[in-house]
Design a protein around this ligand. Sequence first.
Ligand SMILES: Cc1cc2nc3c(=O)[nH]c(=O)nc-3n(C[C@H](O)[C@H](O)[C@H](O)COP(=O)(O)OP(=O)(O)OC[C@H]3O[C@@H](n4cnc5c(N)ncnc54)[C@H](O)[C@@H]3O)c2cc1C
Length: 313
Amino acid sequence: MSASKLLTYSFVKTLPDRTSWLRKLRNRHGFTTRMFVRSMCSSVEPRHVVISGGGMVGTAMACSLGFNPMFEGKSITLLEAAPKKKFELSEMYKNRVSTVNLSTVSLFNSFGAWDKVLQMRCQPVKRMQIWESCSDSFLTFNQPDLSDELAFVVENDVLLEALRTKLEEVSERVEVLYETKATKIELPEPSTDSALKSLVSITLNNGKVLHTNLLIGADGSNSVVRKSCNFPSVKWDYNQAGVVATLSLSEPTENNVAWQRFLPSGPIAILPLSKKESSLVWSTSHEHAKELVSMDADTFVDAVNNALVEVVL
Ligand SMILES: Cc1cc2nc3c(=O)[nH]c(=O)nc-3n(C[C@H](O)[C@H](O)[C@H](O)COP(=O)(O)OP(=O)(O)OC[C@H]3O[C@@H](n4cnc5c(N)ncnc54)[C@H](O)[C@@H]3O)c2cc1C
């Protein structure tokens, strides 16, 4: 082993703080090399599971594994690129919402997160009505017992907060690293004698390298995991934009029906949030979307009402 490698190794052992280590190395010897930084920052303690992406999907996965007795004693790390956000349930509803079906409710119930959602807010959907602008035909979805829920409309932030609150209860098993991004993934080498090379290696934005038996990619539509592993994907452009908004209803109603109408330019959906508010998701052409967002409130409301009743062939 060369003198410089030995030098690095002794610094690793005695100077855990990376910045001071680099500064001292520079001051004393006037050099650093990528190799030193890499070996300095490598974590040699492999994780059983690493989940890349702490959105709704990654955090739900972390809860699912964290609360699963079969994962007792396993180390799970959740990487989230964004900083940890402080959650406050604002009076005004957020306009990013999800309609979740009963399978999702049952998943959340399996580790106690649905109660957290109920303690915040969500709105039951008992019927979905889908129709189109060019005919009188329509489809209705409901449970055999009409009073049973079909789905729930929940703000994305509420879902995430419920999951994050539950995750704190298993913090000894699930470590969450905020502002930490996977930047490079190296898959295991098929036939290797090296224990570390038989694991997935994940380089983080802070220079650290994690090793794991199982990497789960939940890092969104531009997934680094998908790209690094060359997973094939298919995508196509609908040439549409989505306009989202929170609508105030003219008068309170039971508001438990999800409406969706197909127009030639795309579907408009109105999803119940409360007795007096609904969420709008309107997929339309880019030009029309630009027009919609630049309208004053009254013109916008007229546009929404027309889109629900106008006959368009
Ligand atoms: C208008 C609209 C309405 C929708 N309505 C519904 C609905 O009603 N029901 C429904 O089920 N779905 C709905 N969807 C889809 C749903 O929102 C998405 O499928 C869902 O948000 C995907 O969640 P995710 O956790 O996989 O990804 P994301 O929400 O994109 O989260 C990815 C996370 O990974 C982090 N990240 C990214 N890169 C890295 C990295 N390299 N390292 C570490 N972290 C990283 C990001 O910071 C982010 O927090 C809707 C989508 C839209 C746009």
